[in-house]
Design a binder for this molecule. Structure first.
Ligand SMILES: Nc1ncnc2c1ncn2[C@@H]1O[C@H](COP(=O)(O)OP(=O)(O)OP(=O)(O)O)[C@@H](O)[C@H]1O
Ligand SMILES: [Mg+2]
Length: 337
């Protein structure tokens, strides 16, 4: 079974305690990156991750390596094979996934090796399957077929708390908690929500330092419209808070950012990625972005199209390949002219 509930467990308990202490009775909404509390009320933002989790885990049979099928694979030696037992990294083996109740495969025949410490960018059109892939990796969903190994161990055999500590994640559909800044950020690592210094560090790393400094009560400022004295933030400011949440997991060795800068202006985007790069030393990083200046920084670029991997390699290799990536890159470069 999918363990969304397990991910949610500590947050839910924490919220119960918070509610018991709070006269406002304000609740929070689910957030995949911070363990969704399924019983909490929603602010109305998307909750695809929490909602779709249940029942997704049927029949993880052995897939006979369906293979990526379409397209060329640039970049030598990046197929499956950095195998089980060798430790070191993430390995998708013949992974396929269908959303519950859906006929179509969101992902199929995914064979992908990401050695420890590597930086990877996932690119592809809307609906290609990028977010689904990282949600499988963080076990918000389980593969319908095939398996995913982390350091040689099947994700299903790794205790959820341990797995969660390994990942710092900012999801595309992150949520906005109608709670104080402290909780909005601290939920990234519940056990450290009272550690003011750590929360403040995460705020700075997320690029939210200025935003929070301008608030009268700093970390204790309530966010959102539910509070009479709550501070409403812009989309970009909420995103910085959500990014700070990902940076609460200081011990995590795998960072995942799903289009972290979609609501940021160009200057803020640059700042976020500079910081991200600083923090990613020695860590495995997976970035999903539609912006090529960001994408090309990755050591390995993986192109996903209609649920399969069609190309992978460095920026230069993929441009030379003159396939899908090269076309997408040329199209966007044209837009900048
Ligand atoms: N919760 C869900 N329930 C059912 N189908 C879903 C769900 N989430 C995504 N899908 C479908 O799965 C496919 C892959 O979606 P996914 O969100 O992974 O794409 P993506 O590459 O991240 O796209 P984008 O660039 O727009 O973020 C799409 O066909 C999408 O409609
Ligand atoms: Mg997506």
């Amino acid at each position: 079974m999918v363990r969304v509930d397990d991910w949610a467990w500590s947050t839910t308990n924490w919220l119960r305690r918070a509610w018991a202490c709070s006269s406002s009775g304000t609740a929070a909404t689910a957030d995949a990156s911070a363990s969704p509390p399924p019983t909490a009320m929603s602010t109305g933002k998307t909750e695809r991750a929490a909602g779709a989790g249940a029942g997704a885990g049927a029949g993880a049979g052995a897939s006979a390596g369906a293979g990526a099928g379409a397209g060329a694979s640039a970049g030598a030696g990046v197929g499956a094979g950095a195998g089980e037992g060798e430790g070191g990294g993430i390995l998708f083996e013949g992974v396929g996934f269908r959303y519950p109740g859906k006929e179509a495969w969101a992902l199929r025949g995914i064979d992908l090796a990401i050695p420890t410490g590597e930086s990877v960018a996932l690119v592809g059109e809307n609906g290609a399957g990028k977010t689904t892939l990282v949600k499988l990796l963080t076990r918000l969903y389980e593969p319908t077929e095939g398996r995913i190994l982390l350091d040689g161990r099947d994700l299903r055999d790794i205790e959820v708390g341990e797995l969660r500590r390994r990942f710092g994640v900012l999801f595309q559909d992150f949520n906005q908690y109608q709670l104080r800044v402290r909780e909005n950020v601290g939920f990234g690592s519940i056990e450290h929500v009272d550690d003011g210094a750590r929360v403040q560090r995460a705020v700075e790393r997320g690029g939210a330092g200025e935003v929070v400094a301008a608030m009268t009560a700093g970390l204790e400022t309530p966010l959102g419209r539910w509070f009479q004295d709550g501070t409403e933030l812009s989309g970009g400011q909420w995103q910085k808070i959500a990014l700070a949440r990902a940076f609460m997991r200081e011990e995590s060795d795998i960072l995942v950012l799903d289009e972290p800068t979609a609501a940021l202006d160009a200057e803020a985007e640059h700042a976020v990625f500079e910081r991200f790069r600083e923090l990613s030393h020695g860590r495995t990083t997976i970035v999903i972005s539609h912006r090529f200046p960001t994408v090309r920084m990755a050591k390995k670029i993986v192109v996903i199209d209609h649920g399969t991997i069609v190309e992978q390699g460095t920026h230069d290799e993929l441009v030379a390949l003159d396939g899908k990536y090269a076309r997408m890159f040329a199209l966007q470069a044209e837009g900048y002219r």
